[in-house]
Write a protein that binds this ligand. Structure first.
Ligand code: ADP
Ligand code: MG
Length: 268
């Protein structure tokens, strides 16, 4: 049915703008004049013009969501897998890491443990996998074991324990960095256990630690908690042991070597 008095083209345009605004498609509103001009100039089909317009809105929405996931994730560094020099760390199984980067482990709710001494790239790999997960649209949260223990402790004191537990249960991927570097306070080990336990078989956790699995009992003070935690973590897990040279020390050594050569050159 056509209107008795046809709406003017200008009025139609204003209505279209108003519809887009009402639906909060603000990027489409902004792009509308440009897309209409293009459509006229390039004699686009209606389908093409509409697709162009909505594509702009979809891309802007995706970018906003990605930025929000990145903010939520609290990744301490911008590292990606491209930054990791596999040649410098022959102890790392590149095939396994690339396989983990496909994020299939999230579908199996598997965990990943990076175990090794300081400076070998554990945190870097954990962040790189976390970043892939953020990019792929997953909710990710990065924390250290000490920070997690402190947050849980504070929540317990303030009567927010269950909210805190729900928070750590939420992310599709939780990274717990640096387990074992600092002794966990009294209730820290049990908080960590509860976090691991409630995520068990529901969502994945990446953990980095300098404590070899055989020594966990000692590191946690409580052998039973350590065994129960390992039981859940390792049930479905990729354990990546990195025992190669420290990358940090490598640059220190290079620096020391340069200094030494400089000194020798001056002496001789
Ligand atoms: P860890 O967590 O095992 O102590 P990090 O992941 O923090 O070690 O790495 C220490 C430093 O060395 C970081 O600046 C990191 O970027 C760098 N690094 C470690 N391994 C590599 C690697 N294989 N390629 C590039 N940089 C690396
Ligand atoms: Mg680290």
């Amino acid at each position: 049915m056509s209107d008795p008095v046809p709406m003017s083209e200008a009025r139609r345009y204003q209505q279209l703008r108003a519809h887009l605004s009402y639906l909060k498609l603000n990027d489409a509103v902004e792009a509308l004049p440009r897309v209409l001009d293009q459509a006229r100039a390039e004699r686009m089909s209606l389908t093409t013009a509409l697709e162009r317009l909505l594509e702009i809105e979809v891309e802007a929405t995706e970018a906003r969501k990605l930025a929000s996931r990145m903010r939520f994730a609290c990744l301490p560094e911008p590292w990606t897998l491209n930054d990791f020099d596999f040649a410098a760390q022959p102890g790392v199984d590149e095939k396994l890491i690339r396989d983990l980067a496909t994020l299939r482990f999230l579908d199996n709710t598997s965990n990943v443990l990076f175990v090794g001494p300081p400076g070998v790239g554990k945190t870097m790999l954990a962040i790189a996998l976390a970043r892939s997960a953020v990019d792929a649209g997953h909710r990710v949260y990065f924390t250290t074991a000490a920070e997690l223990a402190a947050k849980c402790h504070k929540a317990a004191i303030e009567g927010r324990w269950s909210t805190c537990m729900r928070f750590f249960a939420g992310p599709r991927l939780l990274v717990i960095d640096e387990l074992g570097y600092l002794p966990l306070p009294g209730d820290g080990a049990s908080a960590l256990f509860q976090v691991i336990n409630q995520r068990y078989l529901k969502s994945s956790t990446i953990l980095t630690t300098n404590v070899g699995i055989a020594d966990w009992a000692g590191a946690f003070g409580d052998a039973t908690v350590a065994a129960a935690m390992l039981d859940r973590l390792l049930h479905r897990a990729a354990v990546v042991g990195i025992d190669g040279p420290s990358y940090r020390m490598r640059s220190h050594q290079d620096h020391a070597e340069t200094l030494r050569r400089g000194v020798n050159a001056r002496v001789s």
